[in-house]
Design a binder for this molecule. Sequence first.
Ligand code: ARG
Ligand code: ZN
Length: 877
Amino acid sequence: QTTYLKDYTVPDYLIHKVALHFVLDEERTEVTARLTLSRNPASLSMSAALVLAGENLTLQRIILNDGEELVAADYVQAADSLTIYNVPQQQPFVLTIENTINPKINTALEGLYLSNGMLCTQCEAEGFRKITYFLDRPDVMATFTTTLVGDKSRYPVLLSNGNKIAHGELEANRHWVTWEDPFTKPCYLFALVAGQLECIEDHFTTQSGRDISLQIFVEPQDVDKCAHAMQSLQNAMRWDEEVYGCEYDLDLYMIVAVSHFNMGAMENKGLNVFNTKFVLARPDTATDSDYEHIEGVIAHEYFHNWTGNRITCRDWFQLSLKEGFTVFRDQEFTGDRTSKAVKRIEDVTMLRTRQFAEDAGPLAHPIRPEAYIEINNFYTVTIYEKGAEVVRMLHTLLGAERFRKGSDLYFARHDGQAVTCEDFVKAMEAANGVGLVQFRRWYSQAGTPVLTVSRRYDSQAQTLTLSISQECPPTPGQAVKEPLHIPVKVGLIYPDGTIAPCQLQGSADSAEEVILALTEAAQDFVFTGLSSEPAVSVLRGFSAPVKLVMERSLTELAFLLSHDSDTFNRWEAGQQLIGQAITGLIADVQNNRELRLDPIIIEAFRQVLAQPWEDLSYFSLLLSLPSETYLAEQMPVIDVVAIHTAREFVKLTLAEQLQNALQTLYLNNHRDESGCFDAGAIGRRRIKNTCLNYLCALDDPALKNWAHQQFKTAKNMTDQMAALTVMVNNPHYARRQCLAEFYQQWQHEALVIDKWFALQAASPAPDTFATVQALMAHPAFDLGTPNRIRALIGAFSQANPLHFHAANGQGYQFLADQIIALNTLNPQVASRMISALTSWRRYDAGRQALMTAQLERIMSTEAISKDVYEIASKSLA
Ligand code: ARG
Ligand code: ZN
């Protein structure tokens, strides 16, 4: 049941036109698909049979060329396919297939399903086969016309892709609408939505002067939470014109927010379907980070219109072609809209905690995988985030202008086609007359390369030699790794803080920074003309997704923290500094030694606090400690208790030592503001709440009152959540009362209640496991709502290392119970939840045994889904 990239063959048949007709009903929707097909001239197959994919369908009848109904001898049905024998080979033909489906029992939320009474679809990757029999593969592209028939009261709004071309009334309180999408597309981009929806509307004028109408559809109670999403869409449309020259193509762009959704959002042509989490926002219900994510995801789906829809993937092994590129585009967009420095730090943090862990574990795969059992399991941080890093490296190597030439050529060459990662790299090469032969290895090789850097300064010759070597550890199925082409951005800084020139030996140019091309296993780079030994800032902007090993003293790191002109490396120096200190303290905890924080750390933080910072969000990142998950990544054997203890000790010590400065900073930035989302207001909230987080580590009645006051008077969710979080996480607070008040206040806002669940599930408070168990029985908990599952089970297993990894294994057993329950209900969500158990090899022998025992138990689940089977079995392998 494994699918291999090497087995790819072109489809035997092509589908040119699709006319769909739906008679909508919760339990029995009738689907009629009229397909215009022809034999694919490029196919080498000798068979005259047509094999269509289909799952959970009830077939009614099949008609060939508008003639007689086919009889039993003409076709054969299997659980996941329909084979029709002897279809015409010489000329195009029309197949009309009628079937019914039951959206109500579709708890997998793939295909056509029900969400709060609304009918909606999710077809990527292979959900269209749960709607009708089809060649459900992305290289089969057709034009779609869709007619929806439904009850006027239940389904007043009837939506599908493209433009609305006709509508009318029917007897018995029913009506119909016909939609036409003039662009060819694969069926994974098909969508329909029907329900009692309200719409907010605006418009956008493209650079060529076309007027596009923009609509956002939501459940009636949410119309007051759409303004930000609308503004985000307009910002994204403008940005894509300016930066990529990409203009929108249809006359209408629709977004629908649904509360039951397996992922974040989906870029269906002209009709995006979104998780409510990435649409709805009001100052009092959504945090600043929610606002930012909404804008990012709206942009991501919009950008797919060119990178994904107009130009799509030949097969699902090429998924990163559209996802990696589109993530890179949305990252750059958000950086331009907010703070480039902060956005880069956030993206790298996520890459290094989640993707590096994936790349180092049993599920490591290249950004272009070679095999899968269930494609839904490959919507991974590797395909998305590492894929984006690979595109970013091309951008770094070529520079913005030449990268743009490459993307222009890619769009010009492949518009309307289903292509491969190879086609993308070829366009970059051809547009710029460069060769990227070795660079291609990034697509085929898994694992995170380790760069080891050493240096030698020669005061006589005034040269600095950087010796850089690369090594990539083996990953499943790839024992031996070839050297990669790695762009290493470097800057040099003299001891007085001034920029030292970067002049490579043998080159006439001198610059403030250079991009070294590391292509061999080990290479020396010699810089000349250096009057004194400079500090070295390596891998600026995190110019490649690698681990950097370089011996640096605390003093040198402190120097870089105050002088590096690269905003990423400046922050990184601080993280290295504090990281080294915490690592030392972890060992002290493990050996029962007394804990003491090196004064150099306190001094470095004091210096950061003493400087004036314009970008307050960046400032607050400089003051933040590395997460427990990041620290765990750095340890040979993860010790969750020692990590937590050491990190809390550092937090408390810094709070004690810097209390006055932190208090002043808090008070200077505390405002009772609502509805302000400019960088200034966001920065003030962020720095203030960073201070509050430190200060609340102190058991001080006055400070307790600060948190409580902030909780009670907050006019925005950022401040309210920040206050509640410190109260829930710190043992000396009376949290029950505040949690109850919060629930009382927000019980009708599902997304806020998700926060309420997640906050408790992620708390280090000693009674958290009991709380989680109790919350499972809370009336607001529901295994049928993915957001709720992620809020409770996801937060506990993935954001609470301390309690999830309790030494007695109760966390593991709890998670396995839930995965087994979810296996039948929603396999996609079930398999995502396994990730907390996948990295079992990183823990001590006792925990390893407990974790693998639960993985084995999951493996023995009756009627195990492909999704769960693949992740659990590969985790154990
Ligand atoms: N293409 C969507 C996006 O990244 C994600 C769809 C994921 N669907 C899935 N079944 N895994 O915007
Ligand atoms: Zn995407």
